[in-house]
Design a binder for this molecule. Structure first.
Ligand SMILES: C[S@@+](CC[C@H](N)C(=O)[O-])C[C@H]1O[C@@H](n2cnc3c(N)ncnc32)[C@H](O)[C@@H]1O
Length: 463
């Protein structure tokens, strides 16, 4: 991944490379029933054309799952009550957006610390995707690591209680990384899996834990959460541990992620993203504040179609996202790239008599010295999770995305199988806390406490 500033004139758009988009379509084509209305005989259609034909058939299920994840989160355990359909619809509606979020985080992390390029130099690395779902996080992480160095030997372990999700996840991984890729699937409840792993003890070598949208599903179960924390602590003793945590961006769940951050830091982990320090979070002190990340997403064409159906707009996507490492890794990264003091955008509070949230705001910045505000100056808008740099000419030039601007026109193109990754695989409280101002944690999508109106945006930005 080339080193670039993580701001650009169009906010550092995240662009999903073609290999992930094609692989998504190939996986959907494999698991979906033939669409009712096809524009041409099936054999003549590309995977993307098949998916385009499939979307209207699945609209009602998509809306139902979207509602479950946003407005009726308490009911989320029920999903669609049909595991196969649930996995398929999740893949259709959420997988690529979760990949875009993960990619956005990895790009910012790489730009700041060089984590991926450092890890790719290892002989081998284990990815453990806990509550894997369709494996959005581990697929992007694997794909991006292999972009750094295709010889890196990856061992992938996917854990989920739902076999239908695992079937989809493994197909997607193999499509992306090749049939020879070692993948272990565990259809188990996390507490069973974690108990056994704790009995066996932590394995040696680098391990990257992926926790995508699962913490909020287990947080009400003290046994599972305690086991998870013990498991992560045990890994810490071995060193060379990395954790990606992604959670919804809305107030309650984002604050849940902030609390988990505190636990992990007390345990001994260090945070590489988004925070500029590994001290207690100054935003946690004020119940009305919450921290999350934003990304501008250059949606692939079929995602725009899905967004139109759902009457949402995911040009801008949010999530609570964190990346933690064990202290040995932080030290290694600091030696390679000595840390510079950073200020991170964590809010855009409305000015006291401000009316237009797009214009009348300050940037709320988090730095090693605490929270502070700065006036926006000329140049592109900065998003939560991006670094602040004085907007001198060119300071925000360059692209965040590691991805080349690949064409994403379809349907109508030739039939494609999943593409391969390159290479042999065929690819304590903070001292200077300031008042953040009401609503400093708001934007992105309407949350229940937000009064800002945004066009065509569903409540609660959990996805
Ligand atoms: C919202 S999905 C997230 C999937 C994926 N990690 C992502 O980020 O897109 C949550 C997943 O966690 C799984 N899950 C939830 N609770 C679990 C538990 N106690 N044990 C195993 N899997 C669990 C669900 O089956 C589901 O696949």
């Amino acid at each position: 991944m080339p080193k670039k500033p993580d701001q650009n004139p169009i906010w550092g758009q995240v662009h999903i490379p073609r290999r992930y988009y094609s692989n998504w379509a190939a996986t959907l084509s494999k698991f979906a029933r033939a669409p009712r209305h096809l524009p041409r005989p099936k054999a003549e259609l590309s995977d993307l054309e098949l998916v385009a034909a499939l979307i209207p058939d699945l609209r009602a299920d998509l809306v139902q799952l979207w509602e479950a994840f946003t407005t009726e989160r308490a009911e989320v355990a029920r999903y669609l009550m049909d595991p196969k359909k649930e996995a398929l619809v999740y893949l259709l509606g959420f997988h690529l957006a979760n990949q875009a979020r993960t990619l956005g985080v990895l790009e910012r992390v790489e730009n700041r610390s060089g984590l991926l390029s450092f890890l790719a130099e290892a002989d081998s690395l284990r990815l453990v995707d806990l509550g894997a779902g369709t494996a959005a996080l581990s697929q992007i992480t694997a794909g991006e690591l292999l972009q750094q160095r295709s010889q890196l030997a990856l061992a992938i372990e996917l854990v989920d209680k739902n076999q239908a999700f695992l079937d989809v996840a493994i197909h997607g991984h193999k499509g992306l990384l090749g049939e020879e890729q070692e993948i272990v699937t565990r259809r188990q409840k996390l507490d069973e899996y974690l108990s056994r792993e704790l009995t066996q003890g932590p394995i040696a070598g680098p391990v990257w834990y992926q926790l995508g949208y699962v913490w909020n599903e287990i947080v009400a179960n003290p046994r599972t959460t305690q086991l998870l924390l013990r498991y992560l602590a045990a890994g810490l003793q071995q060193g060379r541990r990395i954790i990606t945590l992604v959670e919804p961006a809305n107030q309650d769940l984002a604050r849940g992620a902030m609390e988990l951050r505190e636990e992990l830091l007390q345990m001994g982990y260090r945070v590489l993203y988004p925070c500029p320090h590994s001290e207690s979070c100054p935003m946690l002190e004020r119940s009305r504040d919450w921290c999350y990340s934003e990304f501008a997403w250059e949606r692939p064409p079929l995602m725009r179609t899905i967004d139109r159906l759902l009457e949402i707009d995911r040009q801008r996507i949010g999530c609570s996202a964190y990346l933690f490492v064990s202290p040995d890794l932080e030290q290694n990264l600091l030696v390679r790239r000595p840390g510079t003091s950073q200020e991170i955008v964590v809010g855009r509070p409305l000015l006291p008599r401000g009316r237009d949230p797009r214009r009348d705001f300050d940037y709320l910045l988090c730095s090693p010295d605490g929270l502070g505000k700065k006036k926006p100056e000329s140049g592109p808008e900065l998003l939560r999770g991006q670094t602040w740099s004085k907007p001198t000419t060119g300071a925000r030039k360059g692209s965040t995305s590691s991805a080349k601007q690949e064409p994403s026109s379809e349907p109508g193109e030739g039939k494609q199988g999943p593409t391969q990754a390159k290479g042999s695989r065929q690819a304590k409280s903070h001292p200077k806390t300031q008042s953040t101002g009401k609503g400093s944690g708001q934007t992105q999508t309407r949350s229940k406490s937000s009064k800002q109106k945004r066009p065509k945006q569903k409540p609660s930005p959990s996805r």
